[in-house]
Design a protein around this ligand. Structure first.
Ligand code: NAD
Length: 472
């Protein structure tokens, strides 16, 4: 089978799922196609020289407003990639019941080659271009962080938007992933990685799935290998280790990969990289240099988490994957040809359109917070705490026994914003998995979780088109 571009892979996944939905051809074509793409070239003065910057914003589906999706800074950005990523966003939002259409933006630069000042200039100019074309706004299109961008860039976008729209009371909702001090929400930075953890944990809690893979039930004690220690990879790894009892045995970054079958403390590895600029000198692990960094895909482990870029497992290396579960934390890390080989090997792939939806879920919470102009938990926290306090006192009076200080603190604690965000995310990821897994088990002919996830997303989007009266 020929290998695919990212967009072709997404198209093939869609085509594999479409027949299981029973929807008419015309409606399927509308759901598949990207509704609009804006390509921009703009000049920015860097070190006294003018550079022409290429950038995009694609809005895949307008069946819901606003559209939503991250902005990527990478020198691999091109129109096909942005369209593929915007497409995945539509399906992702549908699976986790986030009421947005899908979008994605990209700026074709290597962000690590620019100073902070240059990046600010580029980000503000890109935002201005989006504003001019009405490709951004709390009711229109709401960007978020992606590869190469983070809260800092989102703060610049917000500030630029706000200065062009001083009369928009909802301006803070024009972008998510902002710093908490600038109308962000607590828990957004960790959200995608935390969601990946909840998704993997839910898969590991399925007795029939674990039986099939010859693995013990539950996530605890499972071995994990992670590609990329950026936002998504580092949070997936640290939360899986700290809250799931997972043993991290391999990681890779741009400079190479390291492996230690006995496991290492992932916080220590991240600290080591921050101090020494490389994971390769981390003590006690076998090191693979830059040229061999893709060896990470072939490390022996239970769970492999590609959390860097697309097209990392393809027809060339899929046959060498030894993991039992491939957890797609990145977008599109497995090509359609690679996926076909993994399926033959019996490897379970947890698909990106479900697994990394934690980011957009918490972005949705942030957008809601911005529109409501109030922190989550503000209304009920004190009320709940006073009620719980009364209940504890009643129990103590009735039983004649005092509750320990530690237990008392735990019981009377009213939910803070971070508690509510994590709880909402956990609920979303568990419910999302159940929807996909039920369809996978029920529908004969659906052979893998990705096909089930696509079929579920397509059906949900079709309901919107039908209820909007666009389709009879
Ligand atoms: P990031 O820029 O924070 O991190 C990416 C990391 O990958 C960087 O540390 C980079 O050095 C590393 N990397 C790059 N090339 C590599 C290679 N060949 N081998 C190993 N490591 C390499 O980006 P991120 O936000 O963590 O995004 C990672 C992936 O997750 C992307 O596919 C993105 O689309 C997807 N994603 C991100 C979010 C989010 O909320 N940030 C949400 C959903 C999906």
């Amino acid at each position: 089978m020929r290998d695919n571009s990212f967009l072709e892979s997404v198209g093939r996944y869609f085509d594999a799922a479409a027949p299981h939905t029973g929807l008419p051809e015309g409606l399927l074509s509308q759901i598949k196609i990207c509704n609009s793409v804006y390509q921009i070239y703009f000049p920015v003065k860097i070190n006294g020289e003018v550079q022409v910057i290429e950038a995009y914003r694609a809005q895949h589906s307008h069946h819901r407003s606003p559209t939503k999706g991250g902005i990527r800074y990478s020198n691999h950005v091109n129109q096909e990639e942005v369209v593929a990523l915007a497409t995945l966003m539509s399906y992702k939002c549908a699976i986790v019941d986030v009421p947005f259409g899908g979008a994605k933006g990209g700026v074709r630069i290597n962000p690590w080659e620019y100073t902070e000042e240059d990046l600010e200039k580029i980000t503000r100019r890109y935002t201005t271009e989006l504003i001019r074309r009405k490709f951004i706004g709390p009711a229109i299109d709401v960007p978020a962080p992606d590869y190469g961008t983070g809260p800092r860039e989102m703060a610049w976008i917000y500030d630029t938007y706000r200065s062009f729209h001083p009369d928009d009371i909802n301006a803070a909702g024009c972008v998510t992933g902002k710093p908490v001090s600038q109308n962000g929400v607590r828990g957004r930075t960790e959200a995608t990685g935390r969601g990946v953890f909840y998704g993997i944990r839910e898969a590991c809690n399925q007795p029939d799935l674990m039986d099939r893979l010859g693995l013990n039930l539950g996530i605890k004690g499972k071995t994990m290998v992670v590609q990329g220690l950026g936002n998504v990879g580092s949070h997936t790894a640290t939360i899986s280790q700290d809250e799931g009892g997972v043993v991290i045995i391999g990681v890779s970054e741009v400079e190479g990969a390291i492996y230690n079958p006995d496991g290492f403390d992932i916080h220590d590895v991240i600290r080591h990289r921050a101090e020494h600029g490389s994971i390769l000198t981390y003590p006690g692990a076998k090191a693979f240099g830059k040229e061999e960094r893709r060896a990470v895909m072939e490390f022996e482990c239970d769970i492999l988490v590609p959390a860097a870029l697309e097209n990392q497992i393809d027809e060339h290396n899929a046959g060498n994957v030894k993991a039992k579960i491939v957890a797609e934390a990145a977008n599109g890390p497995v090509t359609a040809s690679g996926a076909a080989i993994l399926a033959e090997l019996g490897v379970v792939v947890l698909p990106d359109i479900y697994l990394n939806a934690g980011g957009v879920t918490v972005s949705y919470f942030e957008w809601l917070k911005n529109l409501s102009h109030m922190r989550f938990g503000r209304l009920q926290k004190r009320f709940d705490e006073q009620n719980y306090q009364r209940i504890v006192e009643q129990i103590e009076t009735t039983t004649g026994r005092a509750i320990s200080d530690r237990d008392r603190q735990m019981i009377i604690h009213g939910a803070d914003e971070i508690d509510l965000v994590r709880s909402g995310l956990e609920e979303t990821m568990i419910t999302g998995f159940q929807g996909i897994y039920e369809l996978y088990k029920e529908k004969e002919g659906i052979k893998d979780l990705r096909t089930a996830a696509f079929a579920l997303a397509i059906s949900k989007i079709s309901n919107d088109y039908i209820s909007l009266g666009i389709w009879p």
